[in-house]
Design a protein around this ligand. Structure first.
Ligand code: NDP
Length: 602
């Protein structure tokens, strides 16, 4: 990498970051409430009337995405039949229910991204499956495990309160339900509340507007499987945002619109995708040995997150990041191996990768000025890495215009269109690819607060940051579990792997409580404190250091304080966490949990 001027790159990265830092951080975005609430309407499934539920179930799960499906599946496998999933969408799928924009596709290889392939016998059709196939797979899991039987769709939880006298949770919803559950688990997803940029004039626009997570095919024509967006042929369309969503849908818009304006604040890094169909014969060979998916999962994690795998089964952009790093580490003489030399090796690998990604822009995009503006100037993991083989190419399509705002963003929305860099662009439609709430509090994103033992609210317990045991159990909230990556493996490159492991942990814990007639299970304060202390002893947040350009990986570039320091994973890495938690489950000791006997009230 002799040609890289590291000092110049450091300077450039800092300049680009500084340009984008803003005092309002997460507050720059607006919530979709009040006059913006219609942006959340479900365009896919009509709401059907039903009678409110006032019964009792063994386990209630809030969220019908991958988290609810994999936990529901593990519970059913453990013989816990009475599971009720409560979901705000009209079907299972979570992010794949809502995000039906054209081109939606998984960014992590299907074999490791799509859960329960082995159990359901499904062969993904592509290395990176498209949205409709993943949504169908969610339905397949729901059917396979009988999770539809007791599910409540188009239902939002408003209130979740621990009933101390009866050792159970009362769940109230926006559909008038008031049922009880011995156990509750929550998998609300880190990215399920869409947000809009807080720019003046948003509601003055007289044309059509929607968020990418509520794609309006009635307006655009086409369908989620990629049929041409036929109704846009005479339309001028603005898309605001250039994150992972825009990268996937811009090529479809570029093909369809009369004029497409892509409003960019920060370019994404867009590496090679190299998607391809799965060969059934090869699939048969790979899957011939039972336990194949677990082996692939572990191999991906070992390659991606600090293991020492001999082979790389997935071989893609995610594992490439780690492969380069490892090969540089191997080049350091043993005597010189230190944290400093390792960090330097990591940085060198990153500079090399990002130089390649920037060179790719020049190789693909014909207009040199557009190419210059599409280059990302930050380390690859400062923002969500993107992978696509048609996004950069879209800027060669006549009628597709990049409107780069040099880090400032769109200034205003008017009756007629979008104002950026001092110019008004008149359009018929504005599509917001502006992302989802991430850095906001869990309870704000959930839409309800948990009221646990002695009236303790989760928002109070977590006022200074998240506190859990293993990322799953919370002291003060008996018989409640959360399913998400933080304070566990925190494996960002393959979120479902975190969820399947949490599902296993919950199933084992619930089974144990039921088998022994325990009314309650809760982590001890000591165990939770010790886990939090262990987390704080680590190197700190892996993603998006404060030096990075702002984004949701680094709390929009603002110091998140203790909250941010708690927003981490197991200090020894994802691979080590999965090993640790597997041992914990196998031991049968339930170390850190207190089970209490007692009558389960009626
Ligand atoms: P992001 O939050 O990644 O992107 C939002 C975009 O809106 C950014 O480009 C942001 O710019 C831009 N923006 C915000 N405010 C303004 C403004 N005022 N003017 C102009 N632009 C603005 O949202 P996405 O929906 O793209 O992705 C969210 C996440 O969802 C991904 O990071 C990924 O984790 C997940 N995802 C996964 C996919 C997959 O696995 N296949 C596909 C799609 C999404 P800036 O960068 O400057 O903040």
């Amino acid at each position: 990498m002799a040609t890289v001027d590291k000092e110049a790159l450091h300077r450039k990265y800092r300049e680009e970051r500084d340009k984008r830092l803003r005092p309002d951080g997460n507050d720059q975005y607006i919530r979709l409430t009040g006059r913006f609430a219609h942006y959340l309407d479900d365009p896919y499934t009509p709401v059907t009337e039903r009678a409110p539920k006032t019964d009792h179930v063994t386990v209630a799960f809030i969220g019908g995405g991958f988290a609810g499906l994999v936990t529901g599946a593990r519970l059913k496998e453990a013989g816990v039949e009475d599971v009720r999933i409560v979901e705000k969408g009209g079907d299972f799928g979570g992010t794949w229910y809502w995000n039906r924009y054209p081109g939606a596709q998984c960014d992590t290889a299907s074999f490791v991204y799509m859960p329960l392939l082995e159990e359901t016998g499904h062969m993904p059709t592509e290395k990176y499956a498209h949205g409709p196939e993943i949504l169908e797979h969610c339905r397949r899991i729901g059917k396979h495990y009988g999770l539809y039987d007791n599910a409540l769709f188009h239902t939002e939880v408003l209130d979740l309160t621990w009933d101390e006298a009866r050792s159970r949770w009362t769940i109230r919803t926006n559909r008038g339900d008031a049922f009880t559950a011995q156990f509750v688990a929550m998998g609300i997803g880190p990215l399920h509340v869409p947000k809009l940029p807080g720019i003046p004039g948003l509601d003055s626009f007289q044309g059509h507007a929607f968020h990418t997570s509520r794609w309006d095919y009635a307006y655009t024509g086409g369908d989620p499987s990629g049929a041409p967006l036929g109704r846009l042929a005479d339309k001028r369309v603005a898309i605001i945002g250039t994150g992972a969503t825009a990268v996937q849908c811009v090529p479809h818009l570029a093909r369809a619109c009369q004029e497409l304006y892509v409003f960019q604040r920060t370019p994404s890094s867009v590496d090679v995708r190299d998607n391809r169909p799965i060969d059934p014969q090869w699939f048969a060979e790979v899957t011939a040995t039972p336990g194949w998916q677990q082996r692939w999962l572990e191999n991906f994690t070992a390659n991606q997150a600090g293991g020492l795998a001999d082979e790389d089964l997935v071989m893609d952009g995610w594992t490439d990041i780690a492969r380069r790093f490892r090969s540089r580490i191997r080049g350091i003489p043993r005597a010189e191996l230190s944290q400093e030399t390792m960090l330097a090796a990591f940085e060198d690998a990153d500079f090399e990768k990002m130089e390649e990604i920037r060179a790719r822009v020049d190789a693909v995009v014909r207009d040199p000025d557009t190419a210059r503006r599409l280059k990302a100037w930050y380390r690859q993991l400062c923002k969500r890495p993107c992978f696509h083989d048609e996004y950069l190419q879209a800027f060669n399509v006549p009628g597709t215009h990049l409107v780069d705002t040099d880090g400032k963003g769109v200034e205003r929305i008017t009756e007629k269109g979008v104002v950026a860099a001092g110019r008004e662009y008149e359009v018929d439609c504005v599509i917001y690819a502006s992302g989802f709430e991430v850095g906001t509090d869990y309870t704000r994103r959930a839409g309800y607060d948990l009221v646990g033992r002695g009236g303790l609210r989760l928002s109070e317990h977590w006022a200074d940051g998240m506190r859990t045991l293993h990322g799953v159990h919370v002291h003060g909230f008996p018989n409640a579990f959360i399913v998400q990556p933080t304070q566990g493996a925190n494996l960002i490159s393959n979120i479902p792997h975190n969820l399947t492991e949490a599902g296993r942990t919950i199933a084992v814990t619930v089974r144990h409580a039921l088998d022994h007639g325990y009314a309650e299970v809760e982590p001890t304060k000591e165990a939770e404190d010790a886990w939090v202390e262990l987390l704080l002893s680590g190197a700190g947040p892996l993603l998006g250091s404060p030096d990075c350009t702002p984004g949701y990986y680094n709390n929009e570039g603002r110091d998140p304080g203790l909250k941010g320091r708690l927003n981490v994973g197991y200090p020894h890495g994802a691979m080590a966490y999965f090993g640790y938690i597997d041992q914990w489950r196998r031991s049968g000791d339930f170390d850190g949990l207190a089970f209490r006997s007692g009558e389960i009230g009626t």
